[in-house]
Design a protein around this ligand. Sequence first.
Ligand code: SAM
Length: 352
Amino acid sequence: MAPVELGLPGVRRTPSTEARPQDDRLIDTFGRVATDLRVSLTDRCNLRCTYCMPAEGLDWLPGPDLLTGAELSRLIGIAVHRLGVREVRFTGGEPLLRKDLAEVLAATAALDPRPSTSLTTNGIGLARRAAELRAAGLDRINVSLDTLRPDRFAAITRRDRLADVLAGMAAARDAGLTPVKVNSVLLRGVNENEAPELLRYCLDQGYQLRFIEQMPLDAQHGWRRSDMVTAQEILALLGKEFELTPMSERRGAAPAERWLVDGGPATVGVIASVTRPFCAACDRTRLTADGALRTCLFATTETDLRGPMRAGADDEELAELWRIAMWGKAKGHGINDDGFTQPDRPMSAIGG
Ligand code: SAM
């Protein structure tokens, strides 16, 4: 099976399970193999970013619905031992809110073969915990930061915590959670003019900055294509102050396209999920905090693993459910298709 070309519209179909070849890995009908597992540890967050959720927050998952640390570790173990997953990224919601994070990390890092581990966080509380997380087995960290101005940070996130985030990033770097990657979403009329400033700060601090195009995944369903700051615009904004040279590296399954800044070696990345989709190279499989498998951020169907697990399914039965779910992965996310419908779960409840 040849991988599809980049950017083709998504085709929804339900492949027959009989047609799936004997293969223990997470293969799909378009020739992709998922090796990168994104695990959401909680749907709760301590920020209220305007483009993610409403000021009052959301109806959080009830505690008993969340996978326990032991259940998470078991499923991650199945993914690594039986399904060929090589990379585990913890996210949320805000994963630092999860009290047993260090134990889950340690259990993941103890697997053989050991997967690489990373964490996507808003950075609040990270200054205190970076060294502990490193010691528990965390390799790398991604911190989300959309502005360097305290008033603007408070307006975007509805919380006055910029200093905590900056301290968290520095602590992560000092603890060796490197490269520290910084994710920024530019919002039209809000922070887009700050793109060069954000890049200069990250270059000075030794962080790798990546801009992410805003996606239709907000709880309020308020995303408008015309409001999205596109990759092309981001590059034009940066181009006013920096010389950007496209990198010739093979991108593989990496979502960010990268540019050398002022001749390098520093780089900047753009994750153009909407205007330059990279679905053909996608190698991701996702597990929500309540144990639902998702083949894609934009999938409109899920496979429950928690129910069968709590009903006594053994590891191979759970692995087979996972394989069957991934076999049905759609060709593309479909954002640019007529009739696109946003998934019911918002980004914060899927795991961004
Ligand atoms: N709380 C953690 C954090 O802040 O990194 C992890 C979860 S958060 C949902 C992950 C990333 O998704 C953040 O960088 C956030 O800016 C981004 N994000 C949230 N909603 C988004 C949207 N609609 N489009 C693009 N990125 C979004």
